[in-house]
Design a protein around this ligand. Structure first.
Ligand code: HEM
Length: 186
């Protein structure tokens, strides 16, 4: 996890300054929590493939989950425990078959909402700064959740007796085959 975190932080350019910005503006961003949670679950519940991930009457409990996540994101310590929790979300999602493209779609939805709110509530320079911080930090989180999910999947396959090296070879062969087929038709 630590190596993946390091890669994500380096590649996105996320920095201590981003965390300071989020913390500094957290009193305002916290006011957006209610709208964020509503948009998030309205989107998921209004779309049949994602709505069916949830159990009957689960929405209130999930809303609390996201409220806590939002609070933690704005005023978190951004220490190892913070990042490990994001990683854990990927593992929790495996159990409920929350595919990564659903999760990434929702990260994008949150980012777009925050972009609009930043430019309606702040001066342009501040809006750019707050949105930049939010974007980089949530991109790192999206990467961690996706990798947590993927890693858990691989571990499950390995625990069924398939070695990682064998699996990698199988994937490479499959991809070669697929690419040959695709290039034949183009
Ligand atoms: C921005 C993307 C997302 C974030 C940040 C996020 C965050 C979280 C968090 C923090 C938890 C609680 C983890 C814990 O127990 O500590 C959770 C659980 C859950 N999430 Fe997500 N989530 C995202 C996307 C989604 C999507 C797209 C779905 C459904 C299509 C979903 C469905 C669920 C469900 C069903 C659980 C409960 C799992 C369980 O405890 O059984 N999430 N999520």
């Amino acid at each position: 996890m630590r190596n993946i975190l390091k890669n994500l932080i380096t590649l996105t350019g996320a920095s201590k300054k981003d965390f300071e910005v989020l913390r500094e503006f957290s009193p305002i961003l916290e006011e957006w929590e209610k709208d964020v949670v509503k948009i998030f679950y309205d989107t998921l519940f209004e779309y049949e493939p994602t709505a069916k991930v949830f159990q009957k009457n689960e929405r209130p409990a999930r809303e609390v989950t996201l409220q806590n996540w939002w609070k933690q994101l704005l005023s978190g310590e951004y220490d190892l425990a913070f990042w490990e929790h994001q990683w854990l979300v990927g593992l929790v999602h495996v159990k409920r078959e929350v595919r990564n493209h659903y999760m990434l779609g929702m990260i994008s939805r949150l980012q777009t909402y925050v972009l609009d709110r930043c430019f309606s509530d702040f001066e342009p320079v501040t809006a750019r700064m707050v949105y930049g911080a939010f974007k980089r930090v949530t991109d790192v989180i999206g990467g961690l959740i996706a990798e947590g999910y993927f890693t858990k999947y691989l571990e499950a396959v390995e625990s069924a007796g398939i070695k990682r090296t064998v699996l990698d070879r199988m994937v490479a062969l499959e991809v070669d085959k697929m690419l040959r087929e695709a290039r034949k038709t183009t």
